[in-house]
Design a protein around this ligand. Structure first.
Ligand SMILES: Cc1cc2nc3c(=O)[nH]c(=O)nc-3n(C[C@H](O)[C@H](O)[C@H](O)COP(=O)(O)OP(=O)(O)OC[C@H]3O[C@@H](n4cnc5c(N)ncnc54)[C@H](O)[C@@H]3O)c2cc1C
Ligand code: FES
Length: 259
């Protein structure tokens, strides 16, 4: 069920340069959200009409709140990063949870390899917390690592950094090969080149791979077609080989979409 909520910013911390962790109040979103879903966050500055899609990093139904981890990319996310925690006058309008999320229930009992790259890492944390010992995570960074100390509480974690400052030097694929990792199914979120490489590796190994895509979005609810991606199958609603990332996604089987 999709909800529109006015959410108080409960905490806001810069966890790395220009990367923020924000807990927002909403009992309903905390209870409804599944790993891999996202929310649309509205700017308080009405000159920015379109909401900004951000993945749900974690939920805490007991405390009635959920967590976003975002990078300052432009004016909207800069505004979110400037808010003051605790002040209800700084509440943010949020719609969510949106999208399909990763198929955790359908893949229950399988060994899941979670692969996150850069700002695609936050949604993998909620997957790790639900899957626990059924998961292992490979996290890829340029150099500055964030959230990596939170994964080991849930599952084994392997790090790759481009500059070799921690873990394997190179990409997530280097870390997978170096540690001889394998799995029954892969869940991945990150930049397109990473998703392409992970999908290609998965295809070679015969492992089904689910990828979470990012496209620029407008409505976030399937109405405007602003977020379509190329797909390998005919969409019955659109009658073209396209999928709406906000509605049919953001998670797709890698063979369903053109990466
Ligand atoms: C399903 C989904 C989940 C996302 N989850 C996260 C997340 O967990 N953390 C996070 O930091 N970011 C996430 N993003 C990206 C985030 O939505 C954009 O960074 C944000 O909308 C930028 O808004 P802005 O006003 O700060 O920047 P703008 O001024 O609007 O844009 C600044 C830069 O960001 C790029 N950008 C804008 N919108 C998007 C978009 N939808 N996807 C990718 N790039 C975009 C623009 O091309 C431009 O280069 C997600 C995007 C999608 C579609
Ligand atoms: S953002 Fe409008 S259809 Fe996806």
């Amino acid at each position: 069920m999709m909800l529109k909520e006015s959410c108080t910013v409960l905490s806001l911390d810069e966890i790395e340069e220009d990367i923020y962790s924000m807990w927002l109040s909403s009992q309903a979103i905390a209870e409804e959200a599944r790993p891999g879903q996202f929310v649309n966050v509205y700017s308080r500055d009405r000159s920015r009409l379109l909401p900004r899609p951000i993945s749900i990093c974690e939920t805490d139904p007991a405390q009635g709140c959920f967590r976003l981890v975002f990078r300052v990319a432009g004016a909207g996310t800069r505004e979110f990063a400037s808010l003051q925690a605790g002040a209800h006058t700084n509440a943010l309008d949020v719609i969510g949870p949106l999208g399909n999320g990763f198929p955790l229930a359908e893949e229950k009992g399988k060994r899941v390899l979670l692969v996150g790259g850069g700002i695609g890492i936050p949604p993998m944390l909620s997957c790790a917390k639900v899957l626990q010992e059924d998961a292992m995570a490979v996290l890829g960074y340029r150099s500055r690592a964030f959230l990596q100390e939170e994964f080991p509480q849930a599952c084994p974690v392997f790090i790759a950094t481009e500059d070799g400052s921690s873990g394997s030097k190179g990409t997530v694929i280097d870390a997978i090969r170096e540690n001889s990792l394998t799995a029954d199914v892969i869940f991945a979120c990150g930049p397109k080149p990473m998703l392409r490489a992970v999908s290609a590796w998965a295809a070679k190994e015969g492992i089904p791979c689910f990828v979470s895509l990012e496209e620029r979005m407008a409505c976030g609810i399937g109405a405007c077609l602003g977020c379509v991606c190329d797909s390998n199958t005919l969409d019955r609603h659109l009658n073209v080989c396209k999928k709406r990332v906000c509605l049919e996604g953001p998670v797709f089987l890698s063979t369903e979409v053109k990466l």
